[in-house]
Design a protein around this ligand. Sequence first.
Ligand code: SF4
Length: 243
Amino acid sequence: MAETDTAPGAQQFIPPQADTIDELRAAATGCQGCELYRNASQTVFGRGDETARVVLVGEQPGDLEDQKGLPFVGPAGRLLRKAVDDAGIDPQHIYLTNAVKHFRFELRGKRRIHQSPDRVHITACRPWLVAEFARLHPEIVVVLGATAAKALLGPSFRVTKQRGELLPWPASAQRPEDFTRVPVDSEGKVADAPAARLLATIHPSAVLRADDQDVAYAGLVKDLTVGARALAAAVRPTAGQGG
Ligand code: SF4
């Protein structure tokens, strides 16, 4: 797989008339914003409840996700849903996405081995994430693992140090302006995205790789419980009131 330092970015593939997540998803199937589209099977866009109070952001699709075209359908996804449930958040009412929408891997024989995306891929793919946030209205954005945290918060953020802490969003972003003044309609009108809170934790695949999976899983649930408590303490405006 060719290494590049620059990529054109996804922005040019996002049509201004894409007002809904479904329209974004359809447009993303043709994205060539970086080299990763070449070897992966398909774009894996976010999915879930578009009115969800919690949006969870992972690193990139894995092998199974790449084949199925859906995020978080493998073992890590199952574990994440269980952890969400155990934390007291309804797994039917979450939205799941990734910072990078194509699977990056290297071939070893016939096996496709996961490779973490580079900064160039994260930056190229960020417009899709920004577009998703602009159309969703999460109260809590959960970032799963170091790659997703870097994509949102910048390279100096350390999940190990700041996991389980509620942070102001998008004020904590590396470039808050990337997530606030964003297009919200087909005429390109720009508006502030609703403020949310951000919570970083480990990626569920890290639980599967851990020497002591029980301890790692308990840590994931503990972090997510911080989000669940914050939701319980907040009152969401009723439908039709915006927000
Ligand atoms: S990884 Fe993102 S920017 Fe790169 S081609 Fe895929 S969708 Fe486009």
